[in-house]
Design a protein around this ligand. Sequence first.
Ligand code: GRF
Length: 317
Amino acid sequence: MAKAKIAVLISGRGSNMAALLYAAKADDCPFELVLVAADSPDAPGLTLAAAEGVPVIGFPKPTAKDKSQFFEALDLRIRESGATYVALAGFMRILPASFVSGWDGRMLNIHPSLLPKYKGLDTHQRAIDAGDSHAGCSVHIVTAELDDGPVLAQTPVAILPGDSADSLAARILIAEHQLYSRTLAAFVTREQQPEWMLNRVREIALALPQADEVISHGMPCFGIEKGKKFAWFTRDHHGDGVVALLVKTTAPDEQATLIEADPDRYYRPAYFGTDWVGIRLDRGANDWNHIGDRLRASWRQVAPKKLLGLMDIAEDF
Ligand code: GRF
């Protein structure tokens, strides 16, 4: 599987960037760093990244006046690097909404608190002052609001008697270095996880009129309420190791035609007859538009006439 390409944005020492960089050196790490960019030419982390052979760029410190040009230039450089994800690692800039929306769902940040507690600065002192038993760190998806996007993972870190903000920060940093690479690895491979695939199928299937979900033969199964089934999700059924979606075909011989055209992806599901086809979801590069089309087409095969009529009207809009 090709590695996900990551651009890391830093402002200072870049120890989290270094943690990502060294995690990426493992052969089985699913990501690689293709760019380290900083909002200052002398951010110390740049020297390290460059010495490790990662392309770097240190932009001249932007002033309030040239903030939008800075983010445009940064965005351009990230895209030129081929990165498909951005990891913020101590990047001390408020991001404009236009920059964030260009990386919607593909930009992560690490924050030294157990979000939603203590957004912004001085997180360590605020946790100590509040008398919390634990502080910690969070990795979250970046949205336009500061430190506000969905949290992907957290590590709680015990506050010790006599901790200062600095001693606590140093301990949390150890946890940050572990958490960031692990979470980023899981995030860039999430579409290969059966649970993610099932949720995606569920989202599409349950958006169809009168669709419901039950367990049938031990598999999540989607059908018309009190009616016929139009999809099964199979995951390692009877230990076969296969993750696939079973849908109803739309024409005689379609099963055979699909299998012949792409035998790696389509197959004849056992016990289902010739009017169903299995679509392997564990082969990588799933085309979810196509899978959505197949689910909708399968629904149409079993939907009562009245519902089909309603669907046609809805689709005409
Ligand atoms: C880290 O504490 C991180 O959580 C916060 O900024 C700090 C950056 O440290 N966002 P470093 O530059 O990664 O060493």
